[in-house]
Design a protein around this ligand. Sequence first.
Ligand code: 7GP
Length: 820
Amino acid sequence: MTNEMFKKEAFKKSVKDNVKFLYRKTIEEATQEQIFQAVSYTVKDVIIDNWLETQKAYDEQDPKIVYYMSMEFLMGRALGNNLINLCGYGEVKEALEELGFDLNCIEDQEPDPALGNGGLGRLAACFLDSLATLNYAAYGCGIRYHYGMFKQQIKDGYQIEVPDNWLKNGYPFELRRPEYAKEVHFGGYVRAEYDAEKGATRFIHEGYQAVKAIPYDMPITGYDNDVVNTLRIWDAEPIVDFELDSFDKGDYKKAVEQENLARNIVEVLYPNDNHYAGKELRLKQQYFFVSASLQEAIAKYKKKHDDIHKLYEKVTFQMNDTHPTVAVAELMRILMDEEGLGWDEAWEITTKSVAYTNHTIMSEALEKWPIELFSRLLPRVYQIIEEINRRFIAEIQAKYPGNYEKIKKMAIIYDGQVKMAHLAIAAGYSVNGVARLHTEILKNQELRDFYEMMPEKFNNKTNGITQRRFLLHANPLLADWITEHIGPDWITDLSQLKKLKVYADDEKALQEFMNIKFKNKERLAKYILEHNGVEVDPHSIFDVQVKRLHEYKRQLLNILHVIYLYNQIKMHPEMEFYPRTFIFGAKASAGYATAKKIIKLINSVADVVNNDASINGKIKVVFIENYRVSNAEIIFAAADVSEQISTASKEASGTGNMKFMLNGAPTLGTMDGANVEIVEEVGAENAFIFGLSSDEVINYENNGGYDPNVIYNTDEEIRQVLMQLINGTFSSDTELFRDLYDSLLTNKNTDRADRYFILADFRSYADAQKRVEEAYKDEKGWAKKALLNTACSGKFTSDRTIQEYVDDIWHLDKVIVRKK
Ligand code: 7GP
């Protein structure tokens, strides 16, 4: 416990006072939501003191700062996490009990701040947690979307998207900072003006529309170190309030436009994961938060330092994928047009300040903006990119004289498009992938030409996750058990978990470990019954696939295999079969028809299987509605099997895989992304690996794919499963799943049949599933595997990842707040 406020009596008094001030109510009259607000304000009080102390420490110690620029921060709930990091969870739980409240229920009142889609956004949130915990000065820079990731409802098996109005009751963990407002300009034109005195041309941006960017700060608490960093998310407001009398002045149209621009820009998060949609509003969002963040970072730097040439010694910008890459040109613009530097000086500073992380090789995710759109929206920034491109092409030509292929493949502007990844690589001082295999694929395939030209920029940073949220908060029973056995150091040094290995053959320890798993399965079963109305048996194997719905992640392979098992059980009722609960959770992007159809299929299969009395409940299929950070915490803790079954080479890293492992669920997966490193840590005997290798997949792809019809025509059981998609087994409408069926066998709607090698991997997957069943039947053997997964998961903490970013890329200094 670090703070007096968490002494029970003081805490209770503060909560009562807050209820009184905020709602003019006594604690008995208050609703649970009001109690949540009151408790959060009390916690915020504690945080504010540390926040001030942290600012003071930064002012005094003047450390180098990383600005983590990201369109997405998938934070999840803050109350419980802050209590954990402030070491006040236990005390507050007791204090609330004495007031007659259950902390878990109070936590459930918090909206889930979902300013992100999936892996990329959640990674950013884990990174902020680790940066604060490791005493590094960091700002998260993002957008205060008024509507976050949509809420998913399932109606008749279909996904319905419901707006996520997370700000509707006011969010207690944010602070509006109008004094730091900035202006951001869109549209207009650029006028060149010759400055005879300087003998140089100045470029002046005129006729633009302006938006005011207002920052809101969210505190990011470090674990037990009094550090509070800041996530700064920008809201938009019109520069001048819309005034009716401007009608008379003739700028009515402009006033309306500026008002609309401000209102639209931060309205909603684009719900696309691994997919580029090319929408103008999206580019506006990108430039909006990037420009405001850069202006702020430079203003802050200039308060303490007068030589802008040394910006990179104190400031570094990490670009979370290409979404913030316009930062390259915006920084150039600020340095030249506002700070008055020449091109070469500005370029040197910029290229020492910005770094780029790639999160996917899926080609449909690559951002390529049409020149027309880009230059119209950001005329001055576009002009700068043109010049960067001109110079970059000259470099390519110098290095590869006469090689026009290289220019075609590497230019930043080509074919009428601005290629953001090329801009990020040309300007960034570091380019990293997010797992070893992914980085190798970048170097040898996707970004090969860039790697050849500038190998020194490329490096790998295997992803990680924070154990504070995904074990200490999500799985208190296991967290306590671990602490009893090896002490509490794992909370900030996850490598300590390897000390658990000595219990791998200790029957008592294994029994306890599995008892905890069972209790967590009961907790999840209760959640599923309450929220989805399905009864599941915690004695069955909980086989879980939770992640965004995407064809490359192959939820379709999983559900087709369920159909296959169902057929087997029906055909051989006497066959021994260990009961299994297949649990899915996944949102599909609103416009992604195939993904939505797969959700419908999962639910249709669930309907048939769950209601078929003849199979005696041996299989249950559950689709958990509205998968998000808060229910993820319950799900990971309860999983027996972690499904990580992407087509090899497609999943850059995966981070869910790490959360399952940490909570003692062996991986059933392909050799893809970070699975490769998970297997390396835990040993192949403690995982269930199947399928084509990434080399094999890439090889097929480079040679026109493979023919799934050979499998269809020779494997009767697979053919039966596919036929059931279109013969009325799972829907009276035999056309309903025709598209899915076709996608596996013809190239009608895509360029290739079975793009994601589902049939190619089917048998191998079914075999691996069989091995899972056999292994699970051996109770002790399974317990050992489960425990070893936890024990060997130390590498996958985001603390390790962040330390690597610091050592190899950012070179930050540690800051000590209030020496203890
Ligand atoms: C994801 C990758 O798909 C996932 O494998 C990885 O673990 C995660 O990033 C964090 O690195 N990518 C996205 O979420 C995404 O949208 C496209 O990438 C820009």
